[in-house]
Design a protein around this ligand. Structure first.
Ligand SMILES: Nc1ncnc2c1ncn2[C@@H]1O[C@H](COP(=O)(O)OP(=O)(O)OP(=O)(O)O)[C@@H](O)[C@H]1O
Ligand SMILES: CC(=O)N[C@H]1[C@@H]2OC[C@@H](O2)[C@@H](O)[C@@H]1O[C@H](C)C(=O)O
Length: 402
């Protein structure tokens, strides 16, 4: 089959903005080949970030706001795609698809005891709006398919990590440090069903919220770890934070702002009274690093499972204090960044969702059950084409599949 152009869109749990990447893609599964053509990032304006954050908590969300933001975000995503195409001087008719993660506003991987209390997850940014604004077929809403098969609905990038990082000689932990941290473990020369993946716990989410509070809304993250590097790690607070029950849960497991959001940060702040602000930031940053290392020794490493390389991605890889702490907690492993593998840490997830979307369109499974905990492989994603030419383009591709 011919090479195709597609666009991946990622708007992650940090609520920092949307990454858009234009790629050329061919092949499928382990034979997938991807080339990045161009990219663009849109930072959320502070009112949009604030409105999205409100939707993540039952106390501040409302049905009306969720409905509106779903459509608003679909339009924002579409306008970013149009800008990216202008920048790259590519016409919409040349692009087969746009694949969007959407903005997670709630993630509930486990059900409760009541009949209707089943697992669920919600990513907003309407696909019909996205297709209408761009004139291109839109793919998205991946997580519910995995959940329908009994999986956690995350981490989905595990499918792409296996394609990109499986190596005959090296066992690898591919660690994302976004809002939440998640790892894909790929033993050397792995078969797909040997891949393991789970959310390690907090990524930058707790650091960001604490920085936002102590700087009185002036800063939304600890740029280059500057605040943390002026502080000292407080051992007593660190030990207390390590007692969080999520860290002891066995995988498959996933989490989000529901566990590590505002009320958790309230409790960190009340456990830190009297400590200088810099010490609090240094301690939660060290904690993020320690939860990662600790989860490897608890849940991955064993006499038969070793880790040779750790490959860090996501925004946390740009925080030198966090990276230094990670190296300290992982003394016998080689710690790389995605850039060491010619991949941008910023764009990795957008590229990954483009790959997932392409697999949905060609009808191939794009998930790894051993990673998400699903009972069987599924094709994740839903498709919207609001204009005939988008539908026809997809039909032509499918005609060529046989
Ligand atoms: N130069 C930097 N110094 C320190 N931290 C940084 C820097 N650049 C980015 N970050 C951190 O990375 C975060 C964004 O990371 P990223 O974009 O990977 O998250 P995300 O994709 O929203 O989250 P997730 O992967 O959980 O969905 C920012 O909120 C910030 O905390
Ligand atoms: C529900 C949800 O949006 N989960 C995200 C979040 O951000 C990081 C971590 O938690 C991960 O499991 C997942 O995203 C990535 C992209 C994934 O599914 O691989």
């Amino acid at each position: 089959m011919d090479k195709q152009l597609g666009i991946g869109l990622m708007s992650g749990t940090s609520l920092d903005g949307i990454d858009a990447v234009l790629i050329e893609i061919e092949g499928s599964s382990v034979n997938t080949k991807v080339k990045v053509i161009d990219s663009l990032t849109h930072e959320y304006e502070s009112d949009v970030r604030h409105a999205l954050k409100e939707l993540c908590f039952p106390e501040t969300a409302s049905l009306e706001k969720i409905c509106s933001m779903n459509m608003f975000l679909g339009r924002e995503l579409g306008m970013l795609v149009n800008k990216l195409l202008d920048k790259a001087s590519i016409g919409k008719e040349e692009v087969l698809f746009v694949s969007s993660h959407g903005q997670t506003i709630f993630h509930k991987p486990l059900g409760g005891e009541k009949r209707m209390d089943v697992p669920g997850t919600l990513q907003i940014g309407d696909l019909s709006m996205l297709s209408e604004i761009t004139g291109i077929t839109a793919v998205g809403d991946f997580r519910t398919a995995d959940m329908s098969a009994g999986g956690q609905g995350a981490p989905l990038v595990s499918f792409v990590d296996y394609i990109l990082f499986n190596n005959p000689y090296r066992s690898r932990a591919i660690q994302n440090i976004g809002g939440i941290g998640n790892v894909t473990y790929i033993p050397r020369n792995a078969q797909k069903d040997q891949v393991m993946s789970f959310d390690t716990g907090p990524g930058n989410m707790v650091i960001d919220e604490i920085v936002y509070r102590i700087t009185e809304s002036k800063q939304v993250y600890d740029k280059d770890g500057e605040i943390a590097s002026k502080g000292n790690v407080n051992q007593k607070l660190l030990n207390k934070l390590m007692e969080h029950p999520y860290l002891k849960l066995r995988p498959p497991k996933t989490t989000g702002r529901e566990l590590f959001g505002n009320s958790f940060v309230d409790s960190v702040m009340s456990n830190s009274s009297g400590l200088p602000s810099e010490d609090i930031v240094a301690t939660v940053t060290a904690w993020t690093a320690k939860t990662i290392a600790d989860s490897y020794s608890r849940f991955i490493e064993s006499p038969s499972n070793s880790i040779d390389d750790v490959v860090i991605g996501g925004g946390g890889s740009y925080n030198p204090f966090l990276m230094e702490q990670l190296r300290r907690y992982l003394p016998n492993k080689t710690v790389y960044k995605h850039e060491d593998f010619q991949l941008s840490s910023n764009l990795k997830e957008a590229i990954a969702f483009a790959i997932l979307g392409y697999h949905c369109l060609i009808g191939k499974s794009n998930q790894i059950p051993s990673a998400t905990g699903a009972e069987n492989p599924v094709i994740m994603g839903k498709i919207s084409h609001t204009q005939p030419q988008a539908f026809q383009q997809l039909s032509a591709l499918r005609g060529n599949l046989h």
